[in-house]
Design a binder for this molecule. Structure first.
Ligand code: URA
Length: 236
């Protein structure tokens, strides 16, 4: 049960002050009857709330697939840079956050949601959720790198070992600048870049293509986003 003004504000009808005014003006109905008290409790999903005659369904959780562009930070706010949450314009929700982080210069799949429990499930290292990255890497990549990554590499500082779990490296094209696909089940800070550093190579471009069952919609250009489909949400 939530207050009528919160219900409407959460669904982007207006700010809390604006929706209070709309309610006083009699523009909001519950099951067809005008309700003029903003504090009226609404049993979400059981009654039909309408604004100016149009029904407004309540969605507790929102899920957006963003193709993160380079140059924005994976945070909810930042004193200098644009954040991934700033890119989501179709909502007035203030509780959205990115489920996980991509570096400022990394592109690709990022889930933006307000579902904390789901984010926890996706990101917990114990759950071994696959994260698939496409990268362009300076240098020739060979079978030796595949073996190293499969066995786990040390991405520690030198003083302290930090060993990665087995990862699957696929070579798309080996050349001066190689193209690869890497599947990891962890999300350590700068993990992919540090894994390549550990074998003496440098990541020039990095993009996340998949997280668990969630695959980046290739029709989304960097900076574009869409809501997840019901099927995609179930798959999480
Ligand atoms: N690994 C990295 O190095 N950077 C990312 O943004 C994601 C994974």
């Amino acid at each position: 049960m939530i207050r009528l003004d919160k219900y409407l504000a959460d669904m982007g009808i207006g700010t809390r002050q604006e929706v209070k005014k709309y309610i006083r003006q009699g523009r909001v109905t519950i099951d067809g009857l005008p309700v003029k008290k903003a504090e009226t409790k609404v049993d979400t999903g059981k009654v039909c709330v309408a604004f100016d005659g149009e029904s407004v369904e309540y969605r507790e959780y929102e899920y957006y697939m963003l193709n993160k562009p380079a140059g924005v930070v994976s945070a909810t706010e930042d004193p200098r840079d644009r954040t991934v949450v700033d890119l989501i314009e179709g909502t007035r929700r203030t509780d959205l956050f990115p489920a996980g982080r991509l570096d400022k210069d990394t592109e690709g799949l990022l889930l933006i949601t307000n579902d904390g429990a789901l984010a926890h499930r996706l990101l917990s290292p114990k759950k071994h959720v696959d994260k698939v990255y496409y990268a362009r890497v300076k240098g020739i990549i060979g079978d030796e790198d595949i073996r190293h990554f499969k066995a786990g590499v040390d991405i520690g500082t030198g003083e302290k070992e930090e060993r990665t779990l087995p990862a699957k490296l696929e070579i798309i094209r080996s050349a001066e600048v190689s193209e690869i696909r890497l599947t990891i089940q962890e999300g350590k800070y700068h993990q992919v870049k540090r894994m390549f550093e550990s074998v003496g190579k440098e990541v020039m471009y990095l993009k996340r293509e998949r997280m668990g069952k969630l695959v980046l919609d290739e029709t989304l250009l960097p900076g574009q986003y869409r809501r997840l489909t019901e099927e995609e949400i179930k798959g999480l």
